[in-house]
Design a protein. Structure first.
Length: 494
């Protein structure tokens, strides 16, 4: 197998209304100690994209809120967006508003431009078979390490009879595994922004976890498994890696033209490795770490790591495996096992996303995020608690009243020392500067004080130009007056 394709060169430019919820995952390795010169497939299975931000359905557009007071809702949204831009130069992370810091995910403290938008969820034993000797006892696997591996996902569609992948994308070779031994891991896309746009055009759907506060699992619940059946044995399952590679000592890829001419391979032979697979079943057992689902027949090899979906296509869990058919309890023999979404959520909240944010943020900023997650003030010297920091509706109204009273008092004092015309001129200037500040904050964002200073400097420059113009006009008027007076004097003398 050759090196993993880049995003730009591997895409079939064909937008489609199809919906694809699972990806074909391949793990490659190349260990020079084995005499390997090219990457070979180590293991294959299923993966899926999970959104970092929780699901949030945006409020209805203004066209859907028509009425006498519809403009008030639009005004509130614009004011909220302005407030965001006054604090952040970048767009803040998504997710439902109104949550406390403790309710936010770790990566939600970081704007989306600076962290992943999705996790690629997969089984730990597929991404790193050497970590699972209970599944893979082969001695040669003990010599394979993370540094030897590369990863990719392919987009396949069940409606394509030829079975060719629509696209293939590389993954960063840094998977994060569950620290407690659950068969669960996440890995991330290279060139994510570009790749996600291409995937969207191909019909790949980014999934969300179910809201367990609203949708509790129950016995008899219908669940759906999506993934891929693997039609070839992986090297990780081979006891003899040399025989598994047809005794190729240098592990070179076999050229495509040689493969096409191999004896016994007919032109119409199906050479696919990944076959799209879907199955439904009913929940029959649940424990904190594992749920069991009864399916019409046992799930095939390759579905591990695939999403388990509820009727709303929300992620209820990740496929773990199959209970052996010879299990002593015949009631669960052959049933499908999956890790429930509550464990996936806990893994992301308490481990994976925390260590990711720690690598993204400077230490002093990360330490303050930790304080917020613990319900403490943003800084140790802050006297306000987190509720005060984020404010409440009551405090906001009190602030508005205070500002209005201050504004009224300012105008009252101005009228004492300035003519009505002067007062009006000053107020017009203040309003123009205010509108300009809000316009810049809406369009560009940034620090409020810096924007105010920038607008004030522009006003001062315009005032200076106007003053210079008036002085020139005044000087010109005086000159004309003197010339006129001189002409009058000359006429008198004559």
């Amino acid at each position: 197998m050759s090196a993993i394709s880049t995003a730009s060169s591997s895409v079939v430019n064909n937008a489609s209304p199809r919906i694809i919820r699972s990806l074909a995952l391949s793990v490659y390795f190349k260990n020079p100690d084995f005499g390997m010169k090219q990457y070979e497939v180590l293991s294959r299975a299923t993966a899926f994209l999970l959104s970092v931000d929780p699901f949030y359905e945006a409020p209805a557009s203004s066209s859907e809120e028509e009425g006498i007071y519809s403009h008030l809702g639009s005004s509130d949204r614009r004011r909220m967006e302005r407030n965001f831009r006054r604090t952040y130069a970048a767009e803040p992370a998504g997710g439902p508003p109104g949550r406390t810091p403790q309710q936010l995910g770790w990566l939600e403290f970081c704007p989306a431009q600076h962290r992943p938008v999705v996790h690629c969820v997969a089984s730990s034993h597929v991404l790193a078979p050497w970590k699972w000797p209970q599944f893979y006892p082969q001695s040669w696997l003990r010599h394979v390490e993370q540094k030897h591996c590369a990863y990719s996902v392919e987009v396949l569609c069940s409606t394509k009879p030829e079975g060719k992948p629509l696209a293939k994308y590389a993954l960063h070779p840094y998977p994060i595994h569950h620290p407690g031994g659950l068969d669960l891991a996440v890995i991330h896309l290279k060139e994510e922004e570009t790749v996600l746009k291409q995937m969207e055009n191909l019909g790949v759907e980014m999934l969300y976890m179910r809201d367990l506060e609203k949708e509790q699992p129950f016995l008899g619940e219908e669940l759906k498994f999506e993934g891929f059946q693997i039609a070839a044995m992986d090297l990780a399952e081979s006891n003899d890696f040399q025989n598994a590679n047809n005794n190729d000592e240098d592990w070179d890829d076999e050229p495509d033209e040689e493969k096409a001419n191999d004896k016994g391979n007919e032109d119409n032979e199906d050479k696919r490795v990944f076959f799209p697979y879907t199955e439904t079943g009913k929940l029959i057992f649940g424990s904190p770490d594992r749920f069991l689902v009864s399916t019409p027949k046992p799930l095939p090899q390759g579905v591990c790591g695939g999403p388990v979906l509820d009727v709303n296509n929300r992620v209820a869990g990740i496929v773990e495996g199959v209970v052996p058919l010879n299990h002593e309890d015949k009631r669960i023999a052959g049933s499908s096992a999956f890790i429930p979404s509550i464990q996936l959520r806990r893994f992301l909240d308490t481990y994976a996303e925390r260590i990711m944010l720690e690598q993204i943020m400077p230490k002093f900023v990360f330490d303050r995020v930790v304080r917020l997650k613990q319900g403490l003030p943003f800084r140790e010297k802050d006297e306000m608690d987190t509720k005060s920091i984020f404010g409440s509706a009551t405090s906001s109204k009190a602030d508005e009243r205070m500002f209005q009273d201050t504004w009224d008092e300012l105008i009252k004092n101005m009228k004492k020392y300035h003519t009505p015309e002067e007062t009006k001129g000053i107020m017009d200037m203040v309003r123009r500067e205010r509108d300009e500040v809000l316009k810049i904050l809406d369009k560009e964002g940034g620090d409020v004080d810096e924007v105010i200073a920038r607008v004030r400097a522009t006003t001062r420059a315009k005032q200076k130009e106007e003053l210079e113009r008036l002085l020139k006009e005044e000087e010109k008027g005086d000159l004309q007056k003197r010339l006129s007076d001189n002409n009058d004097d000359s006429a008198t003398k004559k």
